[in-house]
Design a protein around this ligand. Structure first.
Ligand code: FES
Length: 136
């Protein structure tokens, strides 16, 4: 059974999934904070992740995914849209991009307020909404 591990905010969570599960579904199954503003229909790029291990074992990206990924911030050779990339039979290690993490907070105001209060208390800057990170 393939295991998907997500890294975000300095911590890691993982989940065992069936082959064919997409990365966004895996994130939701283990509480990883991956944004999904369009609801997983390949229309927003807020589910953008970097796949550091197992990239070649994922389903192939189609033209539509590549078009949407083009709009994402800080795209790398290991970039995928979580709602489109399906796990094969191998383990995968995924880093949630700052854009995607911020989109998750945009969608979860209660958690965002808690985070912002913590950042303020630590004297740190509060990140801008994810939409402000997107390319125009
Ligand atoms: S959730 Fe919108 S493109 Fe993946």
């Amino acid at each position: 059974v393939p295991k998907v591990t997500f890294k975000f905010e300095g911590r890691e969570v993982d989940v065992d999934v069936k082959p064919g599960t997409n990365l966004l579904e895996a994130a939701q199954a283990c509480g990883a904070r991956e944004g999904h503003a369009c609801g997983g229909v390949c229309a927003c790029s807020t589910c953008h992740v970097w796949v550091h291990k197992g990239f070649a074992t994922l389903s192939e990206a189609d033209d539509k995914e590549n078009d949407i990924l083009d709009k994402a911030f800080d795209v790398k050779p290991v970039s995928r849209l979580g709602c489109q990339a399906e796990v094969g039979t191998a383990d995968v290690f995924v880093e949630i991009t700052p854009e995607s993490l911020q989109a998750w907070y945009d969608e979860n105001p209660k958690d965002r307020h808690e985070r912002d209060a913590r950042l303020l208390a630590e004297g740190k800057k509060i990140p801008a909404p994810a939409r402000d990170l997107r390319k125009r």
